[in-house]
Design a protein around this ligand. Structure first.
Ligand code: TEU
Ligand code: CA
Length: 543
């Protein structure tokens, strides 16, 4: 069996602080709010919280534009609040995973403020500058949020690179001073007792702007190995996870080499692109093909075996709600949310739950003026200017907009879903009167309790953490099923992705020792069929 690690055995919960719990009525979630909900998270059973950025930031990209890495934004609280959160979470055996945004800073970061003062300023070379003539950028690199990735600074007579918004200038990792400053900042956080780090768009730091190489640049892994050696490897058993959009299994084996030279694990996104039209990006939609999903997830399950470690996720703060995306957020909301959870939590890797997923929270359909996200608003403007029909643009936003994930957490059916006593910074999903935590906690058949059970099963059965994966019924058009095997123990997971009953010769794989561990229907099981979105997990002991 492979090396045992706490971070392989745990389940991580992602908090988007703005939208989790407000404690002072200003409509924005904060650290004191999170502290007040730690008992809830302990009850759920998670072992770590990935906290989206809470450092000082002008909030142009809601915290992914940092102006001081070593202070907390007053909107979220103070450094003392952060220390209290680390301490209070620790008392409940929950570690805090910080979000490190190292590819870029805010343009309001003192480094950039200095960098803009002159070409001979010692901080100038902290960012990526290119000469040019106003109006003709060095090349046609574009920003993820739309438009050119180059911004002209008249005082300097140069362009700077920003792969995201103009308020997010890219750091120059080729400059060793940048790297050293970053390492001391990270070590300062390690001293404060954080449990690990999630590394934002880390695949971009090896970029070669002149050659229009952004992801997976030639020096990427050299930088990461240095970063890891100077920081993570000095800390105690940290969980480190890279956000690695362009990773293949081969690349993931570098990122999460078991020798610990880079990160613990990767977020890979291959499955996330499966409902996008080939080569067109996230907004141009096509239906999910279950066969492709089986292929992609199975490939990652088998190819990383013993050589790298997966993160398992459906959601994060950039992605639509999975129950609306690949489940059914109407009649079968509860069944399909549980089915999708079963599929993921039975796999090899560390599962991540995004806030509200455990309640079955859904996407929203707002008016354009009710949205807040910079990416979404840029997209709307661009497509409208190009003359796309508005209803088409809105369909894309309903399906893929990042604000789907960012509506306030639905705690109860009181004012603003119990998120704030004031007015939330973004409209609460109107379905909060039905979908909320209070209902979930009272109801033993709720999605919340189902997630609790999945988390508990992972603690009780080593085979769920370390077992070998095998896809079964590979040709079945409606069912995603697999086994996990460790010594004599075997888990079998079967999931129906259709909103109707389908046939399945389950007996082929079910041994006489089979015991049902968990299922999303509570009444009698038919032998050879699965009802709409039905999911089951069996345990077998084979000799
Ligand atoms: O996201 C990386 C990224 O590439 C996203 O912009 C992604 O393409 C998009 O959100 C898909 O909708 C990370 C963070 O998770 C995101 O919130 C930040 O906006 C981005 O980096 C910049 O820091
Ligand atoms: Ca607040």
């Amino acid at each position: 069996m492979e090396q045992q690690e706490w971070w392989k055995e745990t389940v991580v919960y992602q908090i988007y602080p703005r939208s989790f719990q407000d404690s002072n009525g200003d409509g924005i979630g904060d650290l004191r709010g999170i502290i007040s909900r730690l008992d809830y998270l302990q009850h759920l059973g998670i072992g770590a919280i990935w906290l989206s950025p809470v450092c000082k930031s002008p909030q142009d990209d809601y915290g992914y534009d940092i102006s001081d890495y070593q202070d907390i934004d007053p909107m979220f609280g103070s450094l003392e609040d952060m220390e209290a959160l680390i301490h209070e979470a620790g008392k409940r055996d929950i570690r805090i995973i910080m979000d490190l945004v190292l590819n870029h800073t805010s343009d309001e970061h003192p480094w950039f403020q200095e960098a803009k003062k002159g070409k001979d300023n010692p901080y100038h070379d902290y960012y990526v500058w290119r000469d040019g003539i106003e109006g003709t950028p060095p090349n046609d690199l574009t920003s993820t949020f739309g438009g050119s990735a180059w911004e002209w600074v008249p005082e300097i007579g140069q362009y700077y690179l920003h792969l995201f918004s103009v308020k997010q200038p890219d750091l120059n990792w080729a400059n060793p001073k940048v790297r050293q400053d970053i390492y001391s900042m990270i070590n300062w956080w390690i001293e404060k007792g954080v449990g690990g780090f999630r590394l934002d768009v880390i695949d971009l730091i090896g970029k070669e702007a002149d050659f229009k190489i952004t992801g997976n640049g030639p020096l990427l892994h050299e930088y990461i190995r240095e970063l890891s050696k100077e920081t993570f490897q000095k800390g105690k058993e940290l969980l480190t996870v890279g956000e690695t959009w362009g990773a293949t299994p081969e690349i993931a084996k570098l990122y999460s080499n078991p020798d610990g030279s880079e990160f613990s694990m990767v977020f890979q996104f291959e499955h996330i692109g499966l409902d996008e039209q080939e080569g067109r990006g996230k907004w141009d939609l096509k239906p999910l093909d279950l066969m492709e999903l089986k292929d992609v997830l199975s490939k990652w399950q088998t190819e990383l075996k013993g050589e790298a470690w997966n993160s398992l996720f459906w959601n994060n703060h950039d992605l639509p709600r999975i129950v609306s995306r690949w489940g059914n957020d109407g009649e079968f909301r509860v069944e399909s949310a549980k089915m999708l959870a079963t599929l993921l939590h039975g796999m090899r890797g560390t599962p991540y739950i995004y806030q509200g997923e455990e309640l079955g929270m859904t996407n929203v359909q707002y008016e354009i003026k009710e949205y807040r996200d910079i990416e979404l608003l840029r997209f709307y403007k661009e497509r409208m200017e190009k003359g796309y029909p508005e209803h088409e643009v809105m369909e894309s936003i309903y399906a893929k907009g990042r604000d789907n994930a960012r509506t306030p957490m639905q705690w109860d059916d009181s004012h603003q879903a119990g998120f704030t006593t004031g007015e939330a910074w973004i409209k609460v999903n109107p379905n909060y009167t039905e979908i909320h935590d209070a209902e979930n906690v009272q109801n033993p058949d709720s999605i919340f309790h189902y997630y609790r059970q999945l988390i508990q099963l992972r603690k009780d059965h080593e085979v769920i953490v370390y077992g070998d994966y095998e896809l079964i019924f590979p040709e079945h058009p409606d069912v995603f099923a697999y086994t996990r095997t460790l010594h004599e123990n075997q888990i079998m997971v079967v999931c129906n992705f259709r909103g109707e009953t389908v046939q399945l010769p389950l007996q082929e794989h079910l041994s006489s020792s089979a015991k049902l561990l968990l299922a999303n229907y509570t009444d009698m099981l038919p032998d050879n069929e699965l009802r709409a979105y039905e999911a089951r997990m069996y345990l077998m002991q084979n000799n």
